[in-house]
Design a protein around this ligand. Sequence first.
Ligand code: M6R
Length: 611
Amino acid sequence: MCGIIGYTGNRSVAGVLVDGLRRLEYRGYDSAGLAVVSGGELHEAKAVGKVRKLEEVVAALPGLGSLCGCGIGHTRWATHGVPSTVNAHPHFSNDRKIAVVHNGIIENHQELRRHLTSKGCVFRSQTDSEVIAHLIAEAYDGDLLAATAAVLDQLQGTYGIAVVSDRHPGLIVAVRKGSPIVVGIGEGENFVASDIAALLAHTRQVIYLNDGDIAAITPEKIELRDIRNVPIEREIAKIDWETGAAEKGNYPHFMLKEIFEQPETVENAIRGRLDHEMASAILSGIGLSPRELLQIGHIVIAGCGSSMHAGLVGEYYFEDLAGISTSVEQAAEFRYRNPIIEPNTLVIPISQSGETADTIAAVREAAAKGAIVTALCNVVGSTIAREAGRGIYLHAGPEISVASTKAFLSQVVVLLLFALLLGRNRRLSRSRGAELVAEIEQIPDLIREVLEQALEIKKIASRYAHVDDFFFIGRGCLYPTALEGALKLKEISYIHAEGYHAAELKHGPISLLDEKHPVMALANDIPGRDKILGNIQECRARKAPVVAIATRGDRAIRDLTQDVIEIPPCSRFVAPLPTAVALQLFAYYIAAERGCEIDQPRNLAKSVTVE
Ligand code: M6R
C-alpha cells in the first residue's frame, strides 16, 4: 500500500514524479504529494484524492514543473489519519530541511511521538510516518545517509522510506524493512520506487533492496550500505516486462485490458512447461528433485483474496490428481494459530504482488517451522519470491487494476501444472497425464471463446446493474470460482455479493432469497451439474432471478432461466478458467454501468502491505 517514487537527474523532477505516481496509483489513492530539491531549496506540493489533483497543484505552482535536481513522491492509502493534505506525504522535519515518504506502518509511533514532543518537536499530521522525518533531523550531523541509518533501530514495524534534504542536492536516501524498495538504474539519472511499474518507462535495470539495505542515490552513482553503514553489493536484475505492458492502450480500464490479455498471459504461464514425452509438466523453479517431490506428505497453500481462491481451486487439483492431502489457509491467520507443519510438508504461498504482508508472514512462519516453501508470484524479485528462494513465476506481466484477473487465471493454471507434475510423479497414468496436457493446451482458446461473447455478457450484466445483493453458487472446483466471482463483483461494483457452495445455500442463506436477490449459478456440464440444476429450481421457486453459466448447448438450463452465459465444453479441472473469465466480464460490465471507479475501487489498494 502507498506508492513511492524518487528521481535524481536532469529532467523535470516533478514531471517524472507525477508520471511515476500515476503508474503507482493502484497502490493507494487517498492523497498524493511530492518534494523537490532544486537550487538549494526544498519545494512541496500535495493534494487530496487522485494523482491528477496533485498534477493540477503542481501546474498551479509557478516554476515547480521545470525544476531539475532530485525529489520524492508518494501516493497514499490511509492507515493513520484521514486523507488530507496535512496527512499526505512527504512529511517534513520542523526546520523543513528534510522530507520523507514512507510506505508501511511504524508500530511504536506513539511512543516516538511522545519522546519527540517532549524534546520540542511540533507534529503537523496524525500519521505514524511523520516521526521518521523528526528522528532523522534529530540524528542529522551533516550526513543524510548516516542520520537515516541511525534512526532505523528505533523504528518498529515495516517501512520503505525515501528521504531528501535541501542540504544534499541530488541525493536520495532509501531504505527498506518489510516494504519493497527497488532502485532503477538510468544513464546520468537514477530512480527509486516501491515497485517496478513506476520504473518501466525509464529503465529495465534494477536493484531490489533487501531488508536493512540503505541506498544513497545520486545521478552518477548508487551506493549501498547495510544498517552498520558497511558497503554492500547487490545484483543488478533485468526487468523483462514489455514496454507498454503497464499502459492502458485503447481500453477504458486496465481491468478490461487485463481480462482481454488472458489468452496470452495464460500462454505465457504454460510456455515451455509442458512435457509431451513424459505427459507431465516441467517446473524447474520449484527446485525439488523427483525423489523430493515423492516425499511430500502434505501441501499447505496460503494466500489472501483472489490468490487464496486460486489456492482453493488448487486444493482440488492436488488431492484429485496427485493424491496429496492439501489444506488452504488464509495467510492472515496462518502464523497466529500455530499451524502444525509435519516433516515433508510443502507450503505454497500464492501472491500476485509478492508483497502482501500477511502472506510474507506466512512464508516466514512456514520456513521457521521447517516446511519446504515454493512460492507462486507474478512480480519478479518481490519479497515473497526472494524469501521463498524457489517457486514458479506466473509471467502474467504487470497487473495494474486493483481487481485481480489475469494473475488469478495464471495462478490456477500454474497450480494445475504443478498438480500434473506431482500426479505423474505418483499415481497419474501416462494416458491421463497426456489428456491433461491436451486440456491445458486448449485453455487459451477456451478463454478466447468466452471473450468473443463479451457483448452478450454485457447485455445480461446490464439487466442486473441495479441490484443490491448477489449470490454466487458452485460445486467442486467451481465453488472457489463462485467465491472469486462474488469477490470481483463486490470489490468493483459495490454490490453486496457472497459466494457459497451450492449445497450450503439450504443451510441458511436461502432464507434471504426473493425477487431482489439474484443468484449466479455455475452450472457447467461437469460432475455436480445435475445437483446444481436442482439448486437453480430451488432458487427460482423462491422467485430469485438466476443467471447461469452453462456449457454451450445445455438446453435444460435454458429452460430454467433466460440469462445464460455459455462456456465451451471442457473438463472439470479446466472449467474454472473460462468460467472465471465470464464472471470477470460480468462484474466489469455491471461496475461500468454503475459508473464505478473500476481500476481503483474505493478503500482498496493493489498490494496490501500492512497487516
Ligand atoms: O498480491 P496478492 O496476490 O498477494 O494480493 C492478494 C489480495 O490482496 C488480492 O487478490 C485482492 O483480493 C484483489 N483485490 C482481488 O481482486
